[in-house]
Write a new protein. Structure first.
Length: 322
């Protein structure tokens, strides 16, 4: 049935995920939802030097928020920071160089950050789609290390800080591609069978949805959400999906359109009136499974994912501390 899921997802995407889909959905947006002053609130955005991450950080900065940019590449990050400060006039923009595919680095960063800063909103935006199987220096498959384990460690490491904050939120940038994948906990690092970077990425994004749902149950004082930005024209899409980009480039959303729902989830009062743990697209909660698709998982698989991720994270925590 994978052909069915892929076809339905792509047809759905042609209708909803493109720029035209955003323009149609935005007719029903309330502009006042995001016309807010967030001065005094602290936001952390991973992967903030380009694409949706930078667009989100810039819009938060415009609204007076303190923004922590977490980026891997120092040179590109400094350029992004300067651009945000110049365009918004907000001086409260801070830069942290962290490789989200390196779990030891994330633990060290989070431990230091908790001692020096407050945090109201965490935005897990960093991600990658590596089309060939590559291993990190820790022997982890790179997509899994970045998209799933990196997101897991950054979130769980900062939960204690978030629990001290008023109106704490965690937003994870996922993808509609996850709709074609059922959670597979038997081969998290794609060691068996052919490697398909697009499907690996989609599986990681399904994992992020499950993580969000589980976190929402475990941490009632924090509002968790996960979202699909639509198909946006970003550097990541151009480099990771060149064929898709060439086919769709005239229909792709702008970076700001892709970031709109992230911003809405991060700053609007309306977002937290909805239950924690939902999956959003264009400021609305949407289903996490396609009709007739066999992508639902038994609860024990979802609980097992949490157990395995905790085991992974603790292993690298002990290394970073020792």
């Amino acid at each position: 049935m994978s052909w069915y899921r892929n076809t339905v997802w792509f047809v759905k995407g042609l209708r909803e995920y493109t720029r035209g889909g955003y323009e149609s959905a935005s007719k029903h947006f309330n502009p006042a939802d995001v016309e807010v002053d967030v001065a005094g609130r602290s936001f952390l955005v991973t992967g903030a030097n380009s694409g949706i991450g930078k667009a989100t950080a810039k819009e938060i900065a415009r609204r007076g928020g303190t923004v922590h940019l977490v980026c891997r590449n120092k040179e590109r990050a400094e350029v992004a920071k300067e651009e945000i400060v110049t365009e918004t006039g907000n001086q409260n923009i801070f830069l942290h160089i962290v490789d989200i595919s390196n779990p030891k680095e994330i633990w060290k960063f989070a431990e230091k950050f908790q001692n020096e800063h407050k945090l109201n909103v965490l935005i897990n935006n960093a991600g990658c789609m590596v089309n060939n199987r590559e291993l990190t220096e820790d022997g982890l498959e790179k997509n899994f290390a970045t998209n799933t384990l990196g997101t897991y460690i950054m979130t769980t490491a900062l939960v204690p800080l978030l629990e001290k904050a008023a109106d704490a939120r965690v937003i994870t940038v996922s993808s509609g591609g996850m709709l074609v994948q059922k959670l597979n906990i038997s081969d998290l690092q794609w060691e068996n069978g052919p490697f398909d970077g697009t499907m690996v990425y989609a599986q990681n994004k399904r994992q992020q949805v499950v993580l969000t749902e589980q976190w929402a149950k475990a941490h009632r004082n924090i509002h968790f959400s996960v979202m699909h930005p639509g198909w946006a024209d970003t550097p990541a899409v151009r480099s990771s999906m060149p064929d898709f980009y060439e086919r769709m480039k005239n229909s792709l959303r702008t970076e700001a359109q892709g970031a709109d729902t992230v911003l809405w989830l991060a700053v609007s009062a309306e977002a937290t009136k909805l239950p924690s743990g939902l999956f959003f697209q264009d400021r609305q909660p949407v289903p996490t499974h396609l009709p007739l698709a066999y992508t639902h998982s038994p609860p024990e698989d979802e609980e097992k994912l949490m157990e395995v991720m905790e085991e992974f994270s603790q292993k690298f925590k002990s290394v970073s501390s020792g």
